[in-house]
Design a protein around this ligand. Structure first.
Ligand SMILES: C[S@@+](CC[C@H](N)C(=O)[O-])C[C@H]1O[C@@H](n2cnc3c(N)ncnc32)[C@H](O)[C@@H]1O
Length: 240
């Protein structure tokens, strides 16, 4: 981080590019619920993942020899650095598409283009733009959206037991003047109704819970990691 110009605030893309360059592990989740959905997309489904990151720990199936109806995965991210790494892994793989775009602006897809739209560890980090992002996700999905909101406990982040990478991430957040947003189950419910979505499940997990929420196989259980994650709310909603 030496020599960084702190005289001006980073814009969104600069912030995410810098984070992916300097501190990638602090922004990669190891959420097995996410992996269940992106690694085994529902048969025949066109899946969009918003804020896909570098896909380092994912294993998206290779559909090359499968019929067209077997589905496809599209990942969108604002960071060209994250996408460059994702492309090193998945570039050229049939029916895996990686697109640079800002979800708070119109996405380059038609209405109802995807069967399902997913987003993990991203909505909470969009600041006041979160509504525009969810609106855009709703526009391009045919059936519904699944996302989570993650609440960090900054007091814990600064406590000595949290790793150095987390502290780097918070420093970057600070330099970018980033404002997170906080949600409750109740205001998510209102939010979904305002978006024309029908809440199917809204569930909060704390660091003490084990998550096995709609898991595709019984062994897909997630432990919401200790550290500075205070709680995480998973949301699944249908387009009515
Ligand atoms: C905390 S990371 C999570 C990455 C991945 N979803 C995961 O769970 O490992 C948030 C991701 O959202 C991306 N992102 C942030 N703002 C965005 C925006 N406005 N449009 C698209 N992607 C965005 C970041 O570049 C980053 O890859």
């Amino acid at each position: 981080m030496a020599g960084r110009d702190k005289s001006r605030t980073l814009n969104k893309k600069e912030f995410w590019d810098r984070t992916w360059k300097e501190d990638p592990d602090s922004v990669r989740s190891i959420d097995s619920y996410r992996f269940a959905l992106i690694n085994q997309p529902l048969q025949g489904s066109k899946i969009l993942e918003v804020g896909c990151g570098d896909l380092r720990y994912s294993r998206i199936p290779d559909y090359s020899s499968a019929p067209e109806s077997e589905g496809c995965y599209t990942g969108v991210d604002i960071s060209t650095i994250a996408l460059k790494r994702a492309k090193e892994k998945y570039g050229g793989v049939k029916r895996v598409h990686l697109v640079q775009a800002d979800v708070t602006n119109p996405l380059p897809f038609q209405d109802d283009f995807f069967d399902e739209v997913l987003s993990f560890e991203t909505i909470t980090l969009l600041g006041r733009d979160f509504y525009r992002a969810l609106k855009e996700m709703t526009r391009v999905t045919k059936h519904g959206v699944t996302f989570d909101v993650t609440h960090r406990d900054l007091a814990r982040t600064f406590a000595s037991h949290v790793s150095y990478t987390d502290l780097q991430y918070v420093t970057l957040l600070h330099e970018a003047n980033y404002s997170g947003v906080a949600f409750t189950e109740e205001n998510i419910d209102h939010l979904l109704l305002a978006l024309g979505l029908k809440p199917e499940k809204i569930k909060t997990f704390t660091i003490f819970n084990m998550v096995n929420w709609e898991a595709l196989t019984p062994e897909l259980v997630e432990y919401v990691p200790d550290g500075d994650v205070k709680y995480r709310i998973y949301v699944r909603a249908n387009k009515s």
